[in-house]
Design a protein around this ligand. Structure first.
Ligand SMILES: Nc1ncnc2c1ncn2[C@@H]1O[C@H](COP(=O)(O)OP(=O)(O)OP(=O)(O)O)[C@@H](O)[C@H]1O
Ligand SMILES: [Mg+2]
Length: 306
């Protein structure tokens, strides 16, 4: 008897008892970040762009949420708005029930580009935030050394950024964001510029850090595997305007390990994300409604020959 493989594949909606129980526990926790009907328009000489429309979601304490979506769908705009670096046009952003209306040390940011000060040592880079927040020199130094230890870079405290590899620089950037004890860590494709091997190490490293401290994470990525590997839930945005398409609970159990990349739950989740990000080609009847190339007048090819 032949078996239909489609019927055997689990759905990304199926959760084991342990995974279901974990989501149940997360739902009991307090809401750290609440985004309500958020909208963002940009006006420029070229006209208006509606970058985000009616975005609503909540993130609970110690949750790890990834955001994916096609290029230009507003992921960076969303995270910059949450960071208070960008104003919003409509809706509300609440952190610990208080409206966000500008940058603050309760949010830590890590971007793709290395944003360290090249003229400061690793330790001084990490001390910068606490010093700006009024911590004394000795306290700031102690804070910096504690966090550098947590990201495994104690030995490089006196090195300069250019002496570090890309992965190490991003670890300093993480220490620099965490040293201010933010409520939430906002990460915009932080590993996007790293080679595949370093990237995979950094993903495991980030999960180790996250496991050990009280931090909530919102992490933007283009990489579906990275999103599934890291996240409790994945917010899928669609483009033009950026709107929430689906908020997926990742059914892959924790602790995560690279061996899970080929597990049934992982593959089922990836298939769903691919379906959302790269929808199937139009069927023939839908195609009839699309302007066909033959309806466009082409100039004679010879016209273009000089
Ligand atoms: N400062 C700005 N002024 C005008 N338009 C902007 C500005 N910033 C972003 N946009 C527009 O808003 C939309 C969303 O951009 P955004 O950078 O948030 O997308 P993204 O999802 O992060 O893209 P990518 O995946 O390529 O990083 C785009 O159409 C972009 O051109
Ligand atoms: Mg972006």
């Amino acid at each position: 008897m032949s078996m239909n493989p489609d019927r055997l594949a689990p759905s990304y909606l199926e959760q084991s008892e342990a995974v279901r129980a974990r989501f149940e526990r997360i739902r009991q926790r307090e809401v750290i970040l609440e985004v309500r009907n958020l909208g963002k328009r940009f006006s420029s000489a070229q006209g208006e762009v509606e970058a985000l429309r009616d975005i609503s979601f909540q993130i609970r304490r110690r949750e790890f949420v990834c955001v994916i979506g096609p290029s230009g769908c507003g992921k960076s705009t969303l995270i910059r708005t949450l960071a208070g670096l960008e104003s919003h046009s409509s809706g509300e952003v609440l952190l610990d029930n208080r409206p966000v209306d500008g940058p603050g040390s309760d949010r830590g940011m890590v971007f793709q580009g290395y944003s360290l000060f090249p003229w400061l040592t690793v330790k001084k880079n990490v001390m910068f935030g606490p010093e700006m927040n009024g911590r004394g020199g000795d306290e700031a130094e102690q804070d910096a050394l504690t966090w550098l230890d947590l990201v495994g870079l104690s030995k490089f405290a006196n090195a300069y950024p250019h002496q570090l590899s890309g992965g190490m620089r991003q670890r300093v950037a993480i220490a620099r964001a965490l040293v201010n004890q933010p409520r939430i860590l906002l990460m915009d494709e932080p590993f996007g510029a790293l080679d595949a091997q370093t990237r995979s190490k950094m993903q495991s490293h980030l999960l180790d850090i996250w496991k050990n401290i009280d931090i909530t994470v919102l992490f933007i990525t283009h990489d579906l595997d990275e999103a599934i590997f890291l996240a409790d839930r994945i917010l899928v945005l669609k483009a033009h305007p950026g709107e929430v398409q689906e908020l997926i609970e990742v059914p892959v159990p924790r602790p995560r390990s690279p061996g899970q990349f080929s597990s049934a739950e992982f593959l089922a989740t990836k298939a769903r994300l691919e379906e959302l990000i790269h929808p199937p080609m139009p069927t023939e009847s839908e195609e009839d409604q699309v302007v066909k190339p033959r309806m466009i007048r082409f100039t004679d090819v010879d016209d273009n020959v000089e």
